[in-house]
Write a protein that binds this ligand. Structure first.
Ligand code: PLP
Length: 387
């Protein structure tokens, strides 16, 4: 008979403070305990699975409540939407076109669609969210081919563009037209402003446009200087043509924005958004959150906090036996753990697997991760690794 796998609660002994290591074997009606108890600390009150797990910052909820007054014109033709557009133009120091959307996938699809010409492809890395985590949405909605390039660190290199550009002008080959980079990347790595500028220069020399998936651009900005000028240096100042500016992972409630360099994107961009089902009728509620975020750069403050909680966690666990972990650049880490420890930890305080073949996981902090949460989580990791 096969063994029940999960941890078991035993009358009187079981407490939320303890975890049973190993399994109980059900053998001819006899329960045989092969395991030992590991005293676990109280689990953190938040998870280290994803910045999507956290709630919204109270200031964004208050901004939504303030926007919730009377009737206004719909579909972006309202004062708050205009204020948010102005705030983004101030941030970019450029008269960007701003299109608000509901989610990051939609934001990427609309941004790419606004940059693409017929018979063109999108160049990205094999790790890119558009390539692996959007259920084929760009391909399905835009009918575009993604050309994904292998990368160890989720960053594109100028040579990747040189090599794909050999197809330009060959009628039998899809034409690389848009380069999509992610900042911070899907592996928590960062491009420097110089690296982005070089990529943009090479892309533009071939007539390609550059999209930046900024689902976590706030974390990248916070980690790379933490100012509005940092944002400009990493985006339009470096030559980027379209930015998917993420809000949801950084404490907002379903709020994303596409920023388009004037004169580069299709004048049909608003139509592409509507066709892609991303035009919000009551846009004022999304816009109100960005007005609030940009009023005193709350978006950088919250991202900085998430990053610093990841750094704190790294410092607390980096020397533990049996753990392989790299210092985080932003708010995520990808440690490798002994398999049994991984399972027990996930039962205690859930987080996602990253590469099951290597027993590699992802730990991610959020705008509301507290120092106490980090310390409790680190204590749990330590208890199991020392057991
Ligand atoms: C890098 C990146 N881009 C885009 C997205 C898309 O966001 P959404 O889940 O809102 O569609 C995500 C979400 O995890 C992401 O990590």
């Amino acid at each position: 008979m096969s063994a029940p796998s999960a941890s078991v609660v035993i009358c009187g002994l079981a407490a939320p403070l303890s975890l049973i290591v190993g399994a109980f074997r059900h053998d001819e009606k006899v329960w045989q305990i092969e395991s030992i108890f590991v005293d676990m600390p109280v689990a953190p009150s938040t998870f280290f699975a994803s910045d999507n797990f956290s709630g919204a910052h109270p200031r964004y909820l208050e901004a939504i409540a303030r926007a919730n007054t009377g009737h206004v014109r719909a579909y972006g033709d309202d004062q708050i939407s205009q204020d948010a557009v102005r705030a983004f133009r101030d941030l970019c120091d450029l008269d960007v076109e701003v299109l608000f959307t509901f989610n990051g996938t939609g934001s990427n699809v609309v941004a790419l669609g606004s940059l693409l010409q017929p018979a063109e492809s999108v160049v990205c890395t094999n790790w890119s969210h558009i390539n692996v985590d959007e259920t084929g949405a760009p391909e399905h909605i835009l009918g575009v081919k993604l050309q994904d390039v292998d990368s160890d660190n989720a960053k594109l290199l100028p040579d990747d563009l040189h090599s794909l550009a050999t197809a330009l002008g060959n009628v039998h080959h899809v034409q690389p037209g848009v380069v999509s980079i992610t900042q911070a990347t899907e592996l928590g790595t960062l491009y420097t402003a110089d690296e982005i500028r070089l990529l943009c220069d090479v892309a533009h020399s071939y007539g390609m446009r550059v999209h930046l998936d900024g689902a976590r651009i706030s974390n990248a900005v916070a980690a790379s200087g933490g100012t509005r000028q940092t944002f400009r240096d990493l985006t339009f100042g470096a030559g980027v043509d379209a930015v998917s500016f993420g809000g949801t992972k950084n404490a907002m409630l379903g709020a994303e924005a596409i920023l388009l360099r004037p004169g580069v994107a299709s004048p049909r961009a608003p139509f592409i958004r509507k066709q892609s089902t991303q035009l919000p009728s009551k846009q004022r509620y999304i816009a109100a959150q960005f007005v609030e975020a940009l009023s005193d750069d709350l978006w950088i403050t919250t991202a900085h906090h998430a990053n610093s909680m990841a750094a704190r966690l790294y410092e607390k666990v980096k020397s533990l036996p049996g753990l392989s972990i790299q210092a985080p650049e932003v708010n995520s880490m990808y440690p490798i753990l002994p398999r049994d420890v991984k399972h027990k930890l996930q039962e205690w305080n859930f987080f996602w697997d990253w590469d099951v073949t290597k027993s590699q996981v992802r730990w991610m902090t959020s705008w509301d991760t507290s120092e106490a949460d980090v310390d409790a989580f680190a204590a749990g990791v330590s208890a199991l690794l020392h057991s």
